[in-house]
Design a binder for this molecule. Sequence first.
Ligand SMILES: Cc1ncc(COP(=O)(O)O)c(C=O)c1O
Length: 440
Amino acid sequence: MNAPANIVPPYRHSPLFPLGKDLTPYRKISSDGVRVEKIMGQEVVVVSREALRALSEAAFADINHLLRPAHLKQLRAILDDPEASDNDKFVAFDFLKNANIAAGGVLPMCQDTGTAIVMGKKGRLIWTDGEDEAALSEGARYPDGSGFGLRVALAARLGVDPSWIVLGNGSNDVLEMAALAMLAPGRSCVFSEHAFAVYPITTQARGARAIVVPARAHGHDLDAMAAAIAPDTHLVFVANPNNPTGTWLPPAEIEGFLDRVPGRVAVVLDEAYFEYLPPALRADAVAWVRRHPNLVVTRTFSKAYGLAGLRVGYGIAQPELAALLDRVRHPFNVSVPALAAAEAALGDEDFLRRTLELNERGLRQLTTGLAALGLETLPSRGNFLLVKVGDAARIDRELLARGVIVRPVAGYGLPQWLRVSVGLREENERFLAALAQALQ
Ligand SMILES: Cc1ncc(COP(=O)(O)O)c(C=O)c1O
């Protein structure tokens, strides 16, 4: 499919294009076939079959049709902006349409109704040709069940063979594969108090016994965890950094722990927040995997890479253990758009760097603001902070009433604490102001 000459896709060299800057060349396209009409009292942008097809073909030939959530918001803002030109609206519309089709029509901000795309209250956009067969055919096919492209890309980055990578529908999926492969009634699983909720849930779901090791200073007590391993233990979960506490274990402690775990016991080292660590603190977990055939390190595209809604994560393990996990993996567990997005995101160093900067700044802002309110926080290595507020259930209700959603963590054995995610500066400010009121 060749792109018509008058269309210069702005994203040819950048699948995840920075909006604004890269939209500029797109504005040069002809607005033939695009007009604004009043239909049932609403302004609608009507796009002719030819115009839509030309633009769609160019777009589909060149991009992964994937946009980051922030892009989608910006595109929606263009559609809702009374000042934006018809042409800008059309471009925004087209990106949203493609993104929506690529996501199987599930993006809430851009609902594909077949003949119309409905976006928000203000703008209703209709295209005259409701079907774009070339585009839809992609979503009609199953994804590559082996996730070959992404596994190869990850393997190259990590310096291992692709047979060392297991893909998951989020890293959650890999955690559950580990439980499915290792646990059963009559077996036990060791994890820490206050550790990520999926560990007890998946242990219980397998009918296995949970050995919950008391935390030390809210974090994992690895000595106690090693000592707690029983003859029937087949799996140990370690989260580093941990959610919801944000606690982090230095590499030397993890290494010492791995040396003490018997080889018959599988260890999942859950590094969902790995990318938020400053480079100096990042340990070479792949070197640990090389030394320990019983170790799976899990990571995700949900957090620092900003692809939580697309669901893709992975495990790194030696081929024998990776193959074992693969045997209990759902076929086609990672969708077409998730595979493409993760592969594109992997090379998007700039995005990752900016995310880390934003997170560091947000953590500082929240820590300082909460200290000013006289509240205790735990030092966090994640993209969230745990704060001790006393009657957390009441404060949570007060915050909700002010439109601020945080995470109560009583279910984690922390009834006096709330977990707050790092947001944008204004969001953090809003949270701090609402909390100050709620505490009165
Ligand atoms: C410690 C930890 N591990 C794993 C996950 C799973 O994330 P995902 O399935 O989105 O990769 C989370 C998500 O909150 C987490 O906090």
